[in-house]
Design a binder for this molecule. Sequence first.
Ligand SMILES: Cc1cc2nc3c(=O)[nH]c(=O)nc-3n(C[C@H](O)[C@H](O)[C@H](O)COP(=O)(O)O)c2cc1C
Length: 394
Amino acid sequence: MAGPETIDRAMIGTTRRLNPHTNTLEWSRLPTSKLKNPHLDPERRESVLYRIHPELEKGRLIYQMGTANPERAVQAAKMVAADVAGIDVNSGCPKPFSTAGGMGAALLKTPDLLVDILTSLVEHVGKPYEIGISVKIRILEDPADTRALVSRLVKTGITGLTVHCRTTPMRPRERAIRDQLRMVGDICRTAGVACVMNGDVTSRAEALQLMREFSVDGAMIATEAEKNPSCFRPDAEGGPHEWKSQWKTVVAEYMQLALQVENRWGNTKYLLGQMIPGREDAYKRMNQSKCYTDVIRALGLDAEGDLLEKARVVDQHLGIPNAQLTPAQKRQRVKDSLQQGADQGEKEQSADQGEAKHETDRDEPDAKRIKVPDSAIVDGSMASTAEVATALAA
Ligand SMILES: Cc1cc2nc3c(=O)[nH]c(=O)nc-3n(C[C@H](O)[C@H](O)[C@H](O)COP(=O)(O)O)c2cc1C
């Protein structure tokens, strides 16, 4: 399971501490902007840059990094290395906020630098901490170029390589290209590096079939996992499609978890918007909600154990809804927050705002529009989007 890409610069300078309310480990620091919210718990004025749940995620979570500098990559990786199962370098993000800094897909054009980053991570983090270092790439236009690149990458000491079967200019709605997959898988296998395929995989059964067909070791599902967390469910247990009739069960379980970890409200609302069918009344009621207490009532979950009471406590901790702010103050806060994100290259905020712009243009014709309150992005910290990029390994 891969967490949201987190930029090396953003991690450097954070403090690691345990959140006693949620038992999550958080890497946080004071925001660089002048944001101040007197309504928030003082601890909450800090931006949480990265967050993990050691009990639920340890041994399974890969920290994915945005970087364009070997020294900074090592410095940032060391801050989380003891708490994660591996470190992955994102060399596939095509968005300008990533590529402009030489990160993401820009690294595909600077293979010397990418090799340097991976070698440094293997040497200074992978070996001493005994964790795997991996990389996520896109295919290149010319298969010969992909071959040359992958052949170099597998010699850096990495343990895994994920290949997104689209080229950098391709839009998310364009079908993934499988032509180069077998070749990439073969190079990885010969070098003893696990190869994970990605792009247009929508279920466990499809993943297993594709893995067999192309002789690769795993498959990563992103878009489909966002709207249907049951996509990993084996057919024998009901398969991925049952959610259409069972979405209430999925949503009830998701709310338990969101409250347990005090997930950022904007991200919770965004994902609920993915999971609840748009035609349902509950979808409209959910869309009107301004906090956890509202949404628990809107979904008719107030009779379920102590969910309503938990929701009240979480709202209080998160300082939502923040009714005291005037619309002008909210607009200013959004502006400041976006500026802060731009400064730090923290693109994952976009998922917090319900517009998961990361590597996706959200230009699917049937994309739903979710109203997410400004208060969701007040401190500019990241969404917990681990749900959306999950690998199924053989
Ligand atoms: C909401 C969202 C967030 C994403 N965040 C990341 C990320 O942090 N790092 C990354 O390498 N790819 C990220 N991606 C891209 C996916 O990992 C994947 O490469 C791409 O969506 C293609 O796979 P799919 O066809 O299963 O969606 C994200 C995609 C979505 C939809």
